[in-house]
Design a protein around this ligand. Structure first.
Ligand code: NAD
Ligand code: MG
Length: 394
């Protein structure tokens, strides 16, 4: 039997991180956890350390690292902090694959470091490809590593492409649930609260991606992610609203054939495929019962009610630093919405206004991405503050 795949899991305490560890726990002969990282959830990380016995872990703050050391005493592995800690966990000599499951642009530097040190990547952190797609795909090719999508739509496309020629692809079709406000008229979207927006109908996910799903920025980010993962231009990537979240995405071929991947909405399926490709793991999940589904429906997205999706296509067309700025502005606006500083519909306004003020530059180095990210954050913050002071932000 092949030896266990040695994993580094970045963002192990989040929704994807926990599902990944559930799979590891179910297949202890196939996977070994070597490094784990978390932001601030020390309680959950401590449990994970006791259970999975990693060699090295990292948390955000030095203080968090100290607390964790105290709590674990003799059972403590090597505990690091900050970006250096994250990078050490991403590049550890004893790992074969990094599961990139931090949320937001914070995932970029450790993911790039993992690629540069020759690790295969199971990529959940879509923001890595959104902000730095050209640099990441170039680094993946240069270092001869494999990048497996975890995002369910991209996993579906990846699976629907296997055994086919890219030259034969006409379009990629990403499905979107439409989120909790799929049918809500625009005038009733004015007073949406964070609690309303966090209640996703089909998927249980972290807070940021749940808001992104409600605004449909998540689908916009996924269009950009697909552009880089599969090297298909934006005008050949379509989005269909599919509220049942059963058809996870589709590939349309030049002869009219359309190949899709279906399944119940559970992230364990795409995570497991990224971890064990080309093999499949016998997951303990309910089978998809097609006969019990009354219907599967598909519709065009409404860009008037969900302008974030259009903004993502705009940023992709602007190219260079624009997607990094789109992402940064979105992260700041989502945070401000969750803190009840701005209204739901302001999220798109802030992002649109931030992009409007941008002078696009080409991406030559990861520092160009980090500078654009910082600029986008400051500009979005400035617009939010000036709106709070009663000014006309956007
Ligand atoms: P989450 O908020 O549940 O977890 C995020 C993880 O990252 C946690 O471990 C947190 O401690 C850590 N973290 C947060 N900020 C950090 C920082 N600044 N530095 C270091 N670590 C930090 O998020 P999630 O829902 O698991 O999503 C993770 C990524 O996967 C996102 O990019 C998301 O878009 C993508 N994704 C998630 C799902 C899903 O079903 N949850 C599906 C597809 C893609
Ligand atoms: Mg997705």
């Amino acid at each position: 039997m092949a030896s266990a795949k040695r994993l580094g899991i970045l963002g192990s305490t989040g929704s994807i991180g926990v599902s990944t560890l559930d799979i590891v726990a179910a297949f202890p002969d196939q996977f070994e956890v070597v490094t784990l990282t978390a932001g601030n959830n020390l309680v959950r990380l401590e449990e994970q350390i006791r259970r999975f016995r990693p060699q090295m872990v990292a948390v955000l703050s030095e203080d968090g690292a100290k607390q964790l050391k105290q709590r674990l005493g003799d059972e403590a592995p090597q505990i690091l902090s900050g970006i250096e800690g994250l990078v050490a966990c991403a590049t550890h000599a004893g790992i074969d694959m990094v599961v990139s499951a931090i949320v937001g642009a914070a995932g970029l530097v450790p993911t790039m470091s993992a690629i540069e040190s020759g690790k295969d990547i199971a990529l959940a952190n879509k923001e890595t490809l959104v902000t730095a797609g050209s640099l990441i795909t170039e680094a993946v090719a240069r270092h001869g590593v494999r990048l497996f999508p975890v995002d369910s739509e991209h996993s579906a496309i990846f699976q629907s492409l296997e055994g086919h020629r890219m030259d034969d692809v006409r379009r990629l079709i990403l499905t979107a649930s439409g989120g909790p406000f799929r049918n809500r008229p625009l005038e009733e979207m004015v007073d949406i609260t964070p609690a309303d927006a966090l209640a996703h109908p089909n998927w249980s996910m972290g807070r940021k991606i749940s808001i992104d799903s409600a605004t449909m920025m998540n689908k916009g980010l996924e269009v950009i992610e697909a552009r880089w993962l599969f090297d298909v231009p934006a005008d050949r990537i379509a989005v269909h609203i599919h509220p049942q979240s059963i058809v996870h995405s589709l590939v349309e071929y030049i002869d009219g054939a359309v190949i899709a991947q279906l399944g119940i909405p559970d992230m364990k399926t795409p995570i497991a495929y990224a971890l064990s490709h080309p093999n499949r793991l016998p997951l303990d999940l309910p089978a998809l019962d097609l006969c019990s589904l009354r219907n599967l429906t598909f519709d065009d997205p409404d860009l008037e009610r969900f302008p974030c999706l259009g903004l993502a296509y705009d940023a992709l067309a602007m190219d260079g630093t624009a997607p990094a700025v789109l992402n940064a502005a979105n992260e700041v606006a989502v945070d401000a919405f969750l803190n009840e500083e701005i209204a739901f519909l302001d999220i798109a306004r802030i992002i649109g206004a931030t992009l409007k003020g941008l002078k696009v530059k080409p991406l030559e180095h990861i520092d160009d991405v980090l500078r654009a990210d910082l600029w986008g954050r400051r500009e979005a913050r400035r617009l939010i503050d000036s709106q709070a002071e009663g000014g006309q932000a956007c």
